[in-house]
Design a protein around this ligand. Structure first.
Ligand SMILES: [Zn+2]
Ligand SMILES: [Zn+2]
Length: 242
């Protein structure tokens, strides 16, 4: 299986061979033990507008939006949540390939896009963390797609994020949308292009919608989004201080 082949190629970074999550030692070279690997919850049947798990058949969202289709391959829970936390908040950027591989397995990218557009961070947040995790995802995703299908989508890292107007941990979806719209700007034209927004975790979907609105204003004809995971409750991804 390709995922296990990928794990083998990464093994040297994680010697000795212990499961990343439960630390059980293993004779195999996999990053995760079978038990942790099989506990990862995939999110194949999700709301096409916001990625909410299991809601495709119930028409979860019926709003007018610039976003055409949202994929979030994993549920933000259990092992996935633990991996993303380490990757995002503890600087474990060597997990990027594993996370992209897991999410791609659950949410394959079938269309060819003119560009992958990582959700930008305000410079202060990027400075504190040292990197923009969405850009990192876009880079690894582009490379992975190039290796698998000889189609290596370019990355358009041309959006600028201004600071949030207010902290929004306790806001509902509508308040978040108002707080987020207008945060993102770009001077680049996306005229008639199809683009794929890249982000790590979708909570309410308002960030994706705000980015999509900016891309639509810049001329994009079709706007989809691909994310690692979908949170089922908004408080789950409250980040420490960034
Ligand atoms: Zn394990
Ligand atoms: Zn929805």
């Amino acid at each position: 299986m390709w995922l296990h082949r990928l794990a083998e190629t990464l093994q040297q970074d994680f010697l000795p061979s212990h499961c990343l999550i439960c630390h059980i030692s293993s004779a195999s070279s996999h990053l995760l033990c079978n038990s942790c690997f099989s506990s990862i919850r995939r999110n194949p049947w999700a709301c096409p507008q916001c990625g909410y798990p299991g809601s495709a058949l119930t028409n979860h969202c019926r709003r007018k939006t610039a976003l055409h289709f949202v994929q979030a391959g994993l549920e933000y829970s259990g092992v996935t949540r633990e991996l993303i936390h380490r990757w995002k908040f503890n600087g474990a950027i060597e997990l990027t390939q594993l996370l992209v591989a897991l999410a791609l397995e659950a949410a394959p990218i079938k269309a060819h896009y003119h560009a992958l557009v990582p959700v930008p961070m305000h410079w202060r947040g990027r400075w504190r963390r040292g990197y923009n995790q969405s850009k990192l995802l876009a880079q690894v995703l582009s490379k992975t797609l190039g290796q698998r299908s000889h189609w290596k989508p370019p990355i358009a890292d041309n959006l600028i994020a201004s600071p949030r107007k207010k902290a929004q941990h306790h806001m509902d979806r509508q308040q978040r949308l108002i707080n987020t719209l207008g945060r993102y700007t770009t001077n680049r034209s996306f005229s008639q292009q199809s683009v794929l927004i890249i982000d790590d975790v979708v909570t309410t979907g308002t960030t994706l919608e705000a980015v999509a609105t900016t891309l639509r204003k810049a001329g994009a004809a079709r706007i989809d989004a691909w994310c690692l995971a979908r949170a089922t409750q908004t408080h789950e991804v409250t980040a420490p201080s960034i």
